[in-house]
Write a protein that binds this ligand. Structure first.
Ligand code: NAI
Length: 332
């Protein structure tokens, strides 16, 4: 099987080349271009493309890939909101992903953001480097015996529940499908109750039509004053304009974001004045209690190894014409 690997970073190449040794039937060609309708034609002559969260795999991209003979989309990520699944099905193209490659990687990053915001670690780091050892502006609150509200308790949300429990927090959750394995220490409540009672709210549900902008001015108003909000899931779960309004209302003790609405626009790669001026992300960064990281939740050694291994196994399963329905979590 020949795979064209889009949006290649040096660490991707390293982990995939390492895993590739066990898959002599697969060859990979790497390109730095990301996949969208302008770059899809590069895949002529390839059986599959390997894409990431930043790729735009909408209807027009899929049509071009299909025309060029590509049969499979191998997502090297868990989320799939960037793929037009209906179109892929209509064209008979298989879409596979890597669910749960390391839920702990993302959950640990979510807690790192929560702690960094609460204890102002970014500010403390800069102050001390500038020889300012005063504690002004650094006061936080104990997580111990406070309430963590987890929205979405699949693999990552469940890991976050376990971490919050480890901090001695009361853990409550909202999910459309409660996770039975958490019932000993997680109390499921309505979204309204979660918003009204949590000291820390962490988002771990997928981006879908019914979760788009689920954090908006109405839901923000329902939150406790002084809450910490963390989003490591998808940027568009949060309506950024409303978040800015909430920050201005002093609703939040801190906001930690690993994902943000403008991610695909590469706001910070293209640092032109105009883009930065009109960017809601840049405006968010101007607040002292907001910490943004660049979608790095997944970025651990263990996660990269699992991603490479599962993606290549997905490719082999496609190639060997295995009954893909026996991999229900990987096939979309
Ligand atoms: P998962 O599929 O195991 O869990 C998602 C959970 O959300 C499920 O329990 C589901 O029932 C729940 N859910 C669905 N609709 C909901 C709604 N309307 N309200 C509340 N809960 C709802 O997914 P997993 O692996 O835990 O990943 C969660 C998300 O994390 C992914 O969709 C992806 O967007 C994001 N992610 C972020 C990464 C990063 O590097 N920051 C890396 C990997 C995933």
């Amino acid at each position: 099987m020949k795979i064209l690997f889009y949006d290649t970073k040096s660490y991707d190449k390293e982990s995939f080349d390492k895993a590739l040794k066990d898959y002599p039937e697969i060859t990979i060609e790497y390109t730095k271009s990301d996949l969208d309708s302008r770059t899809a034609s590069l895949a002529e002559g390839f059986d599959a493309v390997c894409a990431f969260v930043s790729s735009e795999v909408g209807a027009s991209t899929l049509e071009i890939l299909h025309m060029k003979g590509v049969r499979f989309i191998l997502l090297r990520c868990a989320g799939f909101n960037n793929v037009d699944l209906e179109k892929a099905r209509e064209l008979g193209m298989g879409v596979l992903r890597v669910p749960g490659y390391s839920p702990e990687a993302v959950a640990e990053h979510a807690m790192a953001l929560a702690l960094a915001c609460n204890r102002r670690l970014y500010k403390a780091y800069n102050k001390v480097r500038e020889n300012d050892f005063s504690l002004s502006g650094l006061m936080g609150f104990n997580f111990y015996q406070k309430t963590a509200g987890i929205i979405g308790t699949g693999k990552i949300g469940a890991a976050m529940c376990r971490i919050a429990k480890g901090f001695g927090m009361r853990v409550i959750a909202y999910d459309v499908y409660p996770n039975e394995s958490l019932k000993d220490f997680v109390e499921y409540v309505s979204l309204e109750e979660l918003l009204a009672t949590s000291d820390l709210i962490s988002l771990h549900c997928p981006l879908m039509d019914n979760t788009y902008h689920m954090i908006n001015i109405d839901t923000i108003r329902q939150m406790k004053d002084g809450v910490i909000l963390v989003n490591t899931s998808r940027g568009a779960l949060v309506k950024t304009q409303d978040l800015i309004e909430g920050i201005r209302m002093h609703k939040f003790a801190g906001v930690g974001l690993d994902v943000y609405e403008e991610e695909s626009a590469n706001v910070f790669e293209d640092r032109s004045e105009e883009i930065l001026e009109n960017s809601t992300t840049a405006r968010l960064l101007s607040f002292p209690n907001v910490m943004i990281t660049s979608h790095q939740g997944f970025f651990t050694r263990e996660a990269l190894e699992n991603i490479a291994e599962t993606t290549l196994q997905n490719a082999m399963d496609c190639e060997k014409g295995r009954d893909l329905l026996s991999l229900p979590n990987n096939v979309l």
